[in-house]
Design a protein. Sequence first.
Length: 462
Amino acid sequence: MPTYSNESSVSRRRFVKAAGVSSVVALAGCTADDGNDGGDNGGSTGGGSPTQLTFWHQEAPPHRKEMFRTFTRRFNEEHEDVQVEVQGQTWGSVFSKLTSALEAGNPPDFMFSLPAFTMNFQARDQLVDVSDIVSDIKSEHNMYESVISPFQYNGGTWGIPMWDMVFLNHYRSDTLSETSVWPPENWDQWLQAATEVTGDGQYGIVLPGASNLWTTENVYNLMINNNSYVYGPEGKIMFDTPETVEVLDFYKEMFNQASPPGATGWGWGQWETSLLQGTAHSTTGFSSWMRRLADTDLGDRFSAKQQPYPEGGQAGSIHYTNDIMVFNEEKKDAISTFVKWLHSEGTYGEWLAKTEPTLYLPVTETGETSEKFWNHPIVSRYEESVRTQFEALPDARLYGFRDIHVENDLYLPDIGTLESSNVLADTVQQLLVEDKSPQEAATWGQQKIQEVLGVEASSELN
């Protein structure tokens, strides 16, 4: 098991720029679904008038929605004084729906969220400080400091960490591991291995090139590996650097030599299909697709490792700590009861494993050592890959939360706009579809990011 720091402190970050208005995050791995879970209130199980709570989540796949309903029902059956109703939303519509609900004075009592989304609404002064709830869970279950820090700023803690998700390099152990340079020690060897298994309709990697979040995440993974940044040490844009040019040069070479050319227009559906049908031999992404992999003939032919990095680079990948943000101060105690129940030893590991096995990673020691988590049939089958995800988490990063940003106490709420605008993915489109050189694409990206965010160039570029 990895070792995590649990030093407790609240970071008082300074605001660099007001949050953008369009920071909804279309999280990769969550398929579109316009349905609503609707009312699922179990009602009071005994005398008195229980506190009624409503929460939203954006986990659209049917099996995830069913587990949210199932565990909410279980909580309602066990508690007479608090009754909870779950309502399913979608990432595509929730930003406008939540904004409208807040303006009308009837938002949910609490809601599942992500770091950028949480920043946006905290910057609008619409969230309740949950420092006390997080402190209690941390004390009882040893919540890892690394998952708390993305929600600590402006004198408070604005999200309750619920689970984490991290990118890994998933690869065919029966093909790539048989190449002359596996496991690759650097980018050159990684490219060579992917190229060796490419040909006759087979591709060493499915590397995205569409204007979507999946492409954004893949290019940013490589930026982490090569010490490349979007934001500089003072919070201004520092994209057009030699390190970014090297990233784009490698991206273009890997795509042209080892990726399906149609991936410039692919989304998650085509990505999963190419892996499950056996035409692509690796990918870098979340592990949500492994639930489907288990039912195919390739079920035991994939392994996972942290993404290779170049000489002079560093290990690391993108990750998302999913959290709960609270809107109702008056019902905070009741909300705390429900959240602490989800984090309890008898519930937490089972809830995460059943909701999305291999993808949802516990953020506490209690969860990470849960027998119910590890004994889930899919988690146990892919235990090695799941443990590799835990090993990757200490090096995982997100835009605006890397070393130079933490060291300089920056708070960058417009990372939501950065992500939702797909401007990093559009830079990759310029590179692959418009066939710009890596330097031309980096210069285009620098100008476009400044334009989209309304932020000036970093002085580090001068």
